[in-house]
Design a protein around this ligand. Structure first.
Ligand code: NAD
Length: 487
């Protein structure tokens, strides 16, 4: 079987290489986290398919580069429109595949995927203009030139949306692309590949190879024919990719994990703080940015905890296709067991589990209850490691210095949430927080022109706005003298 019917459309289970669908001798099984049901057998790519895809992308590169930014922008605009027209289909496909809420996919995630493509399409339609600089009558003309083939490796927690952060700027900059989506969630990338064809993006400009990280991801990142590696995923995988890319000195961009703090200060609006705390359970905790370490000023800790408990009691766990559901299942049995392992080990250490701490037996399957661990042992894994599930910790601090020491006290630096009612205080604190993104009295809002990425082990480089082009394009400075012209 080469395709499966999902949400009333056919989703091809083969790679998309050079505009053609290509099967592999072997396949891997894709199931739905909602109920374990079988979704399809997808082509299991390896070095052979990666070589084919890189070759197709290299072949397509000169014409795509020479098409010019404006024309590329028009084709990407078509693609953005097609995503918008297919929001419902994409939302259903993604929810079946990764178990995240259908209503979020419909109203937030898929429209945002279209916006990501449109944002970079607009830059391209404006011919990717960069600022020029004048010095002693000489013009320094700065350009973003296409760099070649971009290898994109993506995770399963927001598969298509995260891929479009990379695909948009790479294609707009004039690079061609080989995408390797996560093996637990291949479906949206396959349907998206069909949309690129409908949008008029030439064959070979966008390619998808399915398969496992070690089999398809590893040869892609080590390939001498690629110009860039952009990876979103975990720190251990990033280390493997850094080694693989080192041989060819291929530039890498890494968006990695986090263990972000959510700081509730004495002067905070505690209702708002409780609201923001509950949001950290979104997508069943499978959000890199989640503020999983709640740090509360000791003077307001009890009042905050009571308000938080009240809000958590109203959270409904269930089928992610149900409009009333707030939290769905974990993505995969292996990931579910990993989360359970963290919680069980914390329990064995005597951790204080305030709520949750176990699978939701009423629902069965991959549903793990929203969990709160109070006052974990400092330095224990539950408070230092990224769990990537609905497991939050709560600790108290006595003053700003201690809050900052705790907040900055992990190997990560992806994000932070600050809740404070005093602007001066909030500004002082944010200055000393080490994080790529800090939200003050809010969460999850970002202008696409602003940078996104992590400090410390949470990443290398930044996505968004000009930062994306600085990575995907070759930045060139051509200096024109005022003299020497014959005309
Ligand atoms: P992962 O590192 O296990 O896998 C990510 C991707 O890498 C998958 O496509 C996988 O097949 C591939 N891969 C695995 N081994 C590889 C190898 N040796 N060579 C090349 N590719 C390989 O991560 P995951 O479990 O899919 O995703 C969860 C992680 O992603 C978490 O750490 C989360 O914080 C992080 N994440 C970060 C961001 C961000 O923007 N910072 C966003 C979402 C997720």
């Amino acid at each position: 079987m080469t395709s499966i019917e999902v949400a009333g459309v056919q989703v091809d289970t083969r790679h998309y290489i050079g505009g053609q669908r290509i099967a592999s001798a072997e396949t891997f099984t894709n199931t739905s986290p909602i109920d374990g049901s079988f979704l399809g057998e997808f082509a299991r790519g390896g070095k052979t398919e990666v070589d084919l895809a890189v070759e197709a992308a290299r072949k397509a590169f000169p014409a795509w580069r020479d098409l010019g930014a404006k024309k590329r922008g028009e084709l990407l605009e078509n693609l953005a429109r097609l995503i918008e027209e297919n929001v419902e289909t994409l939302a259903q496909i993604e929810t079946l595949d990764n178990g995240a809420l259908l209503r979020s996919h419909r109203r937030g995630v898929m429209p945002r995927a279209a916006m990501n493509i449109r944002f970079f399409a607009e830059w391209a339609q404006n011919e990717l203009k960069h600022e020029d600089f004048e010095t002693r009558g000489h013009t320094n003309k700065v350009s973003w030139d296409p760099s070649g083939v971009a290898a994109l490796i993506t995770p399963w927690n927001a598969p298509l949306m995260l891929a479009t952060w990379k695909i948009g700027p790479a294609l707009a900059a004039g690079d061609t692309v080989v995408l390797k989506p996560a093996e637990w969630t291949p479906m949206s990338a396959s349907f998206f590949a069909d949309l690129t064809k409908q949008a008029g993006i030439p064959d070979g400009v966008f390619n998808v190879v399915f398969g496992y990280g070690a089999e398809a991801g590893a040869p892609l990142t080590a390939h001498p024919g690629i110009a860039r590696v952009s990876f979103t995923g975990s720190v251990p995988t990033a280390k493997l990719i850094a080694h693989a890319a080192a041989d060819n000195l291929t530039p890498v961009s890494f968006e990695l994990g986090g263990k972000s703090p959510l700081l509730v200060f004495e002067d905070a609006d505690l209702d708002l703080a409780a609201h923001l705390a509950v949001e950290q359970y979104d997508n069943a905790g499978q959000v890199c940015l989640s503020g999983t370490r709640i740090l509360v000023h000791e003077a307001v800790a009890d009042e905050f905890a009571a308000k938080f408990a009240e809000k958590v009691a109203a959270v409904k766990q269930g089928d992610p296709r149900d409009e009333a559901t707030d939290i769905g299942p974990q993505v995969h049995q292996k990931h579910f067991e990993r989360i359970r392992g963290f919680v069980d080990r914390a329990k064995a250490e005597g951790a204080d589990i305030v709520w949750g701490g176990e699978p939701n037996d009423e629902l069965g399957g991959l549903y793990f209850k929203p969990t709160l661990v109070k006052n974990p042992r400092p330095g224990s894994e539950i408070v230092t490691a990224e769990i990537f599930g609905p497991v939050l910790c709560m600790q108290t601090f006595k003053d700003d210095d201690e809050a900052l020491e705790m907040a900055n006290g992990t190997e990560f630096g992806l994000a932070a949430v600050v809740v404070s009612g005093n602007r001066e205080h909030a500004e002082k604190v944010t200055k000393n927080l080490v994080a790529g993104t800090i939200w003050v009295n809010c969460f999850f809002v970002r202008d696409l022109r602003a940078p996104f990425g992590g400090s410390k082990k949470s990443g290398i480089g930044r996505d968004g706005g000009t930062w994306s082009f600085d990575f995907y394009a070759d930045v060139k400075n051509t200096v024109f003298a005022p003299t020497g012209w014959k005309e």
